[in-house]
Structures are given as C-alpha cells and as structure tokens.
Design a protein. Structure first.
Length: 385
C-alpha cells in the first residue's frame, strides 16, 4: 500500500477505508454494458459509489471513456466509418452527452462535477503539468468530482491507440499527478487471469501481483469490444502508477459496490501493490515519461549500480545516446536489452554525453572544456522504474 501521513491513516481508519484518494478509470465496455450506447443504470451505480465514498472522507477522480461511442449513438452512424476526422467529430458530439449523463447522475447526490480534458502536452510540459495538478487538487478541495478524458478532438494519439494513447495510461498519469493512493481500472473482466477467460474455461483469476515481469506481461491479452485499451495497456498503466507510489487494482466495473469495497481494501480483482515511497511532484513528472527528450543506454555495471546501489549515472557506464536533448532535459536510461530502468535530468547535452561516454569523471573538463559535475545524471535527479 502507498504510504500515507499519520493523519491520513487515522482518518481512513475511522471511516473504514484503506485508500482515501482514488483515481477510477471506467472503460467503454463497462459504461455501455457491452452495447452500442451508454448504460445509465451502470453509470448510476458507479456514481452512487463515488458519492458514498465522498461522504466517508475519500476523494475520487473519474477517468472516463465512452465519448466516441456516445457520439456514434447520438448521430445514428454505423461502426464501419472510422476515419480520423470523423472519429474526432464523434468525440466532440459524444463528450456533451457523456458529461450531461454524469452531471445529472451526480446531481441526485448533490455532488458537483467538472469536465477536465487533458492532452499529451499537459503532461510533457513542466508548467502545464503543474497547472493541471493545481487545478485538479483545487477541485478536490471544493468537493468537486473531476470527470477526466483525453482531449479526443485534438489528441490523435488516443484515437489511433498510440502511446499516451488510451485512458488506461491517462489514468495512471492522473494518479501520479494528484498523489493518488489507488488507481482502479474498471473493466468487463474480473481482473488479470492465467489465460483469456473468454476463450479458456480453465482460466483462473490472479488475485495479487508482486512484480510485473515478463511472465505477467505474457499473460496479458487484448480485450474485445468497443474500448481501445486491453489488458496490455492496463499493465503499462499499472507499472506507471506503481512507480509513482500508488497501488493498482484491476476489477470488474459491473460488480456491485466494487469501488467502495476496493477502497476498504477488500480482495477484489487483481491487486498490484507498490513498493516505493511517495515521490515529490518533480520526480512524478519525470516518471510520466511524456517529458523525455531522449535516452541514454548504459552497460551492465552501471545498470547494477543504479538499481542495486542507488548510485548516480557516471560517464564511464554510458554506452550510447538517442535523441537530441539539452542539459536539464528529462531523459530515459536503458539497459543493454533496451529496457527502460530509470529516468532523470541530464547534466549534459546529448552531444556532450556522446563525447564523454566511457570516460572517468575526472576527464570530463579536459574533453569538453567545462564541467557541470562528475555525473551524467545525479542520483538526486534520478527515478528508478
């Protein structure tokens, strides 16, 4: 479980909740109950759970899908038409119906909602990141429930299914943005299984995952239906949220009281428990990955020093550089297998790192004619993934 302050833990205990700041991602297949339109009965049940959690002292942010499906139903068009401008138009139309449904359902509980559309640049730019964070935290202080979606009208990545690229990953970015205790990914499956439960009757639920390794990733398979994200993207989102200090649960959004029960710490779905302390906002921004300007590949010795000894990255351990970054930019750090192991703030530009790679730190000034420190990335500016 992500670490909380003593005051937060005391309050949570009084209310019978294990988690008090929750990001809930609701997929299209849940919101539509597998049909071609929004299912208001399902949405009403989820809204009621959020209202109950608020009354017990928790705060919930909803990352919602469903805009394109709602727009398609409103306009009465078939799924055969899929061109990019057309899908963006559907999102523009459907976003209105989606928000109206949320607003009316929450109004029954005297809860105010706020539509929040985010785009990739809001996370990539440091100032935009802080602005979005301050806005969301301000809404929570006022008791407002943010209803968040990627800005499909301008965000080509989401509709094409590329990197930020779906609401699973967006929800993980939001969880890091607001220091959430828990990210709940609500889908039309009970959680991560040993096989695809729709094709294999012998598939069993995996109740807890201690570490997302190659075997766990192999078990993830694409979902069918109207959503963009599948179990693969949910694992990607889980890794991002876990690195930021939040627990993650994948659960069936159709299950009665699923959000309330998960917030109480009941064993529902698949739990991914974080093993890291909370990060300050600057490190969460780096972990988001959208701000990265390039990458630095390191050798086995440097990889071990970073991961096991929490050392800084020195030029002697650098093997190669990709991208064009400047001093002060955020960069990824990869091992010999091209796996991202960390990210951090570079002390030198890409060109300079290429010139000093493999050198001892005391030879930096002789090579470059200047010296910004003996580290390519200092450990204080580095986050392990």
């Amino acid at each position: 479980m992500a670490k909380q302050s003593k005051e937060s833990q005391k309050k949570a205990g009084e209310e019978g909740l294990r988690y008090r700041r929750i990001v809930a991602k609701v997929g299209t297949n849940v919101l539509t109950a597998g049909t071609d339109r929004l299912n208001l009965e399902v949405m009403s049940a989820l809204v009621g759970q959020v209202a109950r959690l608020q009354k017990r002292g928790a705060v919930v942010l909803i990352v919602t899908s469903g805009a394109i499906t709602a727009g398609r139903h409103r306009l009465g068009v078939t799924r055969d038409r899929k061109g990019m401008p057309f899908r963006q138009m559907l999102a523009a139309v459907g976003q209105t119906d989606l928000m109206q449904a949320y607003q009316e359902l929450f109004a029954r509980h005297d809860v105010t909602v706020a539509q929040t559309l985010l785009a990739r640049r809001d996370f990539a730019d440091r100032q935009g990141y802080l602005n979005a964070r301050n806005t969301l935290l301000g809404l929570l202080e006022l008791g407002v429930v943010p209803i968040i979606n990627e800005n499909d009208v301008v965000a080509v990545e989401e509709i094409e299914g590329a990197s930020i690229g779906d609401n699973d990953n967006l929800s993980a970015l939001v969880a890091n943005l607001v220091d959430a205790d828990l990210l709940v990914l609500l889908t039309d499956q009970a959680g991560l299984h040993t096989a695809d439960p729709r094709r294999d009757a012998g598939a069993s639920l995996i109740p807890r995952v201690e570490r997302i390794d190659a075997e766990i990733e192999r078990l993830a398979g694409d979902t069918r239906g109207r959503g963009v994200g599948g179990m693969v993207t949910k694992l990607e989102a889980a890794k991002l949220a876990l690195a930021g200090g939040a627990d993650v649960v994948i659960a069936d959004g159709r299950r009665p009281d699923v959000l309330v029960d998960v917030a109480r710490g009941e064993e529902i779905g698949t739990l991914f428990s974080t093993s890291v302390d909370r990060m300050e906002s600057r490190k969460r921004w780096m972990v988001a990955g959208l701000s990265l300007k390039g990458s630095i590949a390191v050798d086995a010795g440097a990889s071990k020093a970073l991961r096991e000894q929490r050392r800084s990255l020195l030029p002697v351990g650098v093997q190669d550089v990709e991208g064009e970054f400047q001093r002060g930019d955020a960069v990824a750090i990869t091992d010999g297998n091209d796996h991202r192991i960390a990210c951090g703030i570079a002390n030198y530009s890409a060109e300079e790192v290429l010139r000093i790679r493999g050198l001892r730190s005391d030879r930096i000034e002789a090579e470059l004619g200047h010296h910004y420190g003996g580290e390519v990335v200092h450990r204080d500016n580095l986050v392990l993934l």
